[in-house]
Design a protein around this ligand. Structure first.
Ligand code: ATP
Length: 590
């Protein structure tokens, strides 16, 4: 399916409408009945005037009047049914499209995700889909009806009086050229509106997320002004797009009213010459009015269609994006358990679309169940390193192995199932504490949840809450402290009983005693733990410490070995030793 050209909206809609073909046909059929009846009505009125009213023939008036009433009822009922089917189709269409788009976004690799702003994806999933949904509804109800009404009215006008109808026909080419120009212009203008909408959504999103920071830094005025600027740009773009819409209808009415005036003028000449009847002139004027009405509605739809075209392009862009940009191949190797022996063999890595590598020639090896502490200055590459293990990104050179197997040969789902990941940024969901822990494992039992919470040293805290595990968490866990949130996210990772646990600075908010107890508990479970940390207290009992500097592995070994051989580690040790009042204090906890 090609998304790139003018028929993009039509192609998108037809593709998704296949499923609703019966309702689509029903909506169109009802619309055609409504339309046919509407086209007959002026003819009936003309018969009523010429055959009944002008001759004073009451029975003829009643007969045609009754016919007119039946036609009106048919038009009314078929109009309602057509709307009913059209809304069923358009709602279903939007649901399917939104679902497919959402699934696509879920399948994006992180490198693809980095390319789209979250706010832009939100706009595409909501506003852009709604634009298309409206177009489908209008398409079924009006978009086909309006041109058909124009064509039908012109044909019927010719049937009634060919010469008068010719005057009406002269206006049509002028109108068509005008509408083509409008479609082209409106498309570009509405594309800009959607881009500005993305930007405004982005500002709103950032502001809501950073509300605490904004309050503490006293940046409310600055952020309000930033939002106002963005909102104003959206308004300016929308106004310039709508200005075109506002101009379109009056221009169409002007052209059509000129045509009607011409029909009336020639009509009265024809009547005086006896070449037309009053009823015929009234009928042609009636058809002209219907054409005018249909065209003015059509002009609105044309503008809407242009807007939908911009939205369809944006949706297609997201749908067509290759979710496998890095060429990540999914292996097929699965075995019963992952023991957690991890090997990095001369691994280098560079983010896509960046200039330089962030990891250079990293090699190390861990045994199953080992605790690996990763230290290094901010930006040294710690997060990037652990991100390679669940294949969030793909290394450029070298091999990452788990239990001796190259991870590219492993089935990704199976690999990720065996990994517990606690990212640096704490992410909690609205719901109970139990729900949040169980999020890590769909079918987790309460016992498993409690076991994970105990391991993560959060069980006692949870049961001290009046509602215990049923305590509702506010958005992003606002009703918990930083350390409680960290332990809850660790419990969420542990409930999976992972073979490999990745903790990205996840103990930073814990006091030394709690952290030491947590690390001891983790050492007791059969799980290889990668612990990104800045604290010597966390590295003391690690089986392996990796010290990164600017993406390179400066040193590796145990605490004692690094203390012996690595000047940087000695310095970190000394700085923290004096700061926390002595590592002996930490050791005393154990
Ligand atoms: N998604 C990304 N795209 C491009 N570059 C990135 C991306 N994420 C991180 N980087 C870059 O990679 C480098 C290493 O970042 P990384 O997050 O791995 O460091 P870190 O040691 O974990 O830092 P910190 O301790 O501050 O979390 C940095 O220079 C950063 O700018």
């Amino acid at each position: 399916m090609s998304w790139e050209y003018g028929g993009i909206v039509v192609v998108t809609c037809l593709f998704y409408l296949k499923k609703y073909r019966i309702s689509t046909v029903a909506a169109l059929l009802m619309m055609l009945i409504e339309l046919s009846v509407e086209l007959i009505q002026p003819l009936i009125i003309s018969k009523m005037i010429d055959g009944g009213i002008r001759n004073g023939d009451l029975s003829s008036v009643l007969q045609w009047g009754g016919f007119l009433a039946v036609c009106s009822i048919i038009a009314f009922v078929s109009g309602i049914l057509s709307s009913f089917f059209a809304s069923h189709v358009s709602q279903g269409f939007a649901y399917d499209l939104r679902e497919q788009l959402y699934e696509k976004v879920q399948s994006y690799s992180l490198s693809v995700f980095d390319r789209f702003a979250a706010s832009s994806l939100i706009t595409r999933l909501t506003n852009d889909v709604t634009q298309l949904q409206n177009t489908v509804f209008m398409g079924l109800r009006i978009m086909m009806r309006a041109p058909l009404l124009v064509i039908g009215s012109v044909v019927m006008a010719f049937v009634v009086h060919a010469e008068l109808a010719l005057l009406l026909t002269l206006t049509v080419p002028v109108l068509l050229i005008f509408l083509i120009v409008v479609v082209k212009k409106a498309g570009n203008l509405f594309r800009m509106v959607q881009v500005k909408l993305d930007a405004t959504n982005g500002v709103i999103q950032e502001n809501l997320i950073a509300m605490r920071l904004i309050r503490v830094f006293g940046r409310m005025k600055f952020e309000t002004e930033r939002f106002a600027r963005s909102s104003q740009e959206l308004m300016i773009r929308t106004i310039s797009a709508l200005r075109l819409t506002e101009l379109t209808m009056p221009i169409i009415l002007l052209i059509m009213n000129t045509g009607i005036l011409a029909v009336l003028w020639f009509g009265q000449i024809k009547i005086s010459l006896g070449e037309a009847t009053m009823g015929e002139v009234v009928a042609v004027v009636n058809y002209s009015l219907r054409t005018t009405g249909a065209l003015s509605v059509f002009s609105m739809i044309v503008v809407n269609f242009s807007r939908a075209r911009a939205s369809a392009q944006r949706i297609a862009d997201a749908l067509e994006t290759d979710s496998n940009l890095l060429g990540v191949t999914d292996g097929n190797v699965t075995s019963d358990t992952i023991n957690g022996a991890v090997t990095f063999d001369h691994v280098s890595f560079q983010y896509p679309d960046t200039q330089a590598a962030v990891l250079h020639d990293i090699s190390f090896e861990t045994k199953p169940g080992a605790t690996v502490a990763i230290m290094g200055a901010t930006g040294a590459g710690k997060t990037s390193l652990v991100g390679l293990i669940p294949r969030l990104y793909e290394q450029n050179t070298g091999v990452v192995k788990i239990d001796g197997k190259d991870i590219t040969t492993l089935n990704t789902e199976y690999l990720r199932d065996a990994i517990g990941y606690v990212p640096q940024e704490i992410i909690l969901f609205t719901g109970t504490i139990q729900d949040n822990i169980a999020w890590g494992k769909e079918d987790a039992t309460l016992d498993e949840i409690i076991e994970a919470a105990k391991l993560a040293q959060i069980h006692d805290t949870i049961i001290s809450f009046p509602m215990g595990y049923d305590t509702m968490l506010g958005q992003k866990g606002v009703n918990l402290s930083g350390g409680q949130k960290q332990r809850l996210t660790i419990a969420r990772a542990l409930v999976r009983k992972p073979g490999i646990l990745l903790l990205d600075d996840s103990t930073s908010a814990l006091d030394i005693r709690t952290e030491a107890t947590l690390l001891q508990a983790l050492r007791d479970v059969a799980c290889t733990t990668f612990l990104i940390t800045q604290k010597i207290s966390s590295t003391l009992h690690a089986d392996l410490i990796l010290l990164l500097e600017d993406g390179s592995l400066l040193a590796q070994g145990s605490h004692e070995e690094l203390l012996e051989n690595c000047v940087l580690y000695q310095r970190i040790y000394e700085s923290q030793f004096s700061r926390v009042g002595g590592i002996r204090h930490v050791e005393g906890v154990k």
